[in-house]
Design a protein around this ligand. Structure first.
Ligand code: DNO
Length: 356
């Protein structure tokens, strides 16, 4: 297991690489180019610049999160071929720069979604909250506007402001895309790119839908064991793999995370693990917590044990943390609570190794 930390770059992160470097056991950052529009090929020079910056701080850049997928690919429009060609260009360039894993998602229109970005826990810390009663009645356009203005001045991953303008139009286009169609659009994409991944040794790792159910009538397919199984079979190659996100899949209590880790891990299809906890409030309503098992509804020991049992050699990162100690950072992505999360996960890992 290699422990990593998501970083949004010199210009868009409150956290410095020098601080990340001092987290015990850290090997590298999970980075991305945030100034390349979705759909364009990532230029070699910019990738190398990012790599140099990260490596100069004594860290590795082996995981990218995310190279986002242009909406036309998800919609299966004729223009998708041009964007798929660009995507292949990004994969080739990232491979040349030594990147091993690309995390991406196939969620229509939205990436992750919450009803509140700074909900107060009794200890005064702030967390992300998903209340299904709010989401089910809300106008999605209004929600996106709120998200964009309430994120401590940072743009949220997947909520690029320039995409909001097209939102209404995109909703219209999705009226003809159901789950089967979305699966076949994903298959088309994977069939085209996986041979390039095999050639340059870069593994694709799809991120589950967060939360793992349909929103605003849009189809969502990366949601449970059955669909993950269907997905890995779309193209039967180890390069067609998963980012197993405990918090995203885990917000549906029917998803048993340790079981999923064992099942897809034994197949060699998990390349990246996002490890975090959440607490169920009621059906389809939950909030995030510290990583500690006793603070949430997921058993972190059992999750890490599953990774240990499959002798996981891939990358792990702590996921969203609480906002604590007065930190001002992008919601979910502060330094302090994610660093505490790492220390805790590393502690579990050491115990597991010694007990083995
Ligand atoms: C949220 C993240 C997601 C994730 C993408 C991957 O905090 O886990 O935005 O990065 O879905 O493409």
């Amino acid at each position: 297991m290699k422990m990593t930390f998501r970083w949004f770059g010199v210009n868009d992160d409150s956290i410095k690489l020098e601080q990340i470097r001092q987290i015990p056991g850290i090997t590298g950052v999970v980075g991305a180019l945030y100034d390349v529009p979705v759909g364009d090929a990532w230029p070699m020079q910019k990738i190398l610049e990012l790599k140099r910056t990260v490596e100069n701080a004594g860290l590795e850049l082996e995981v990218i999160e995310s190279v986002n997928i242009h909406e036309d690919i998800k919609l299966g429009l004729p223009s998708r071929d041009k964007y798929i060609e660009n995507y292949k260009g990004s994969i080739r360039n990232l491979g040349k720069a030594g990147v091993k894993v690309i995390c991406y998602n196939f969620m229509p229109v939205f990436d992750w979604l919450r009803s509140e970005l700074a909900w107060k826990l009794p200890d005064g810390s702030e967390v992300l909250y998903y209340d299904n009663n709010i989401i089910k009645d809300v106008d999605p356009i209004k929600l996106v506007e709120d998200m964009a203005t309430n994120s401590n001045g940072f743009s949220l991953p997947g909520w690029e402001p320039y995409r909001l303008k097209e939102l209404k139009d995109t909703f219209e286009k999705y009226k003809s895309v159901d789950e089967d169609k979305l699966f076949s659009n994903l298959k088309y994409f994977l069939e085209n790119i996986i041979p390039v991944c095999e050639e340059v040794d870069v593994k694709m790792a799809i991120h589950p839908d967060d939360p793992p159910w349909s929103l605003f009538g849009l189809p969502r397919i990366v949601t449970n064991k059955e669909n993950l199984e269907r997905l890995v079979k779309l193209v039967d190659s180890p390069y067609n793999g998963l980012t197993l996100c405990s918090g995203s899949l885990g917000s549906n209590p029917e998803n048993n995370i340790p079981e999923l880790v064992r099942y897809f891990g034994k197949m060699g299809r998990i390349h990246f693990g996002h490890v975090r906890n959440i607490k169920f409030v009621s059906e389809r309503t939950f909030h995030e917590t510290s990583h500690l098992s006793s603070d949430g509804s997921l058993d972190m020991f059992e999750i890490m044990k599953a990774y240990r049992d499959i002798d996981f050699k891939g990358y792990i990162r702590p996921d969203h943390g609480r906002m604590i100690w007065g930190e001002k950072a992008r919601p979910g992505y502060g330094l302090y609570d994610r660093a505490l999360g790492i220390a805790y996960l590393n502690g579990i890992w050491e115990s597991l190794n010694k007990m083995a």
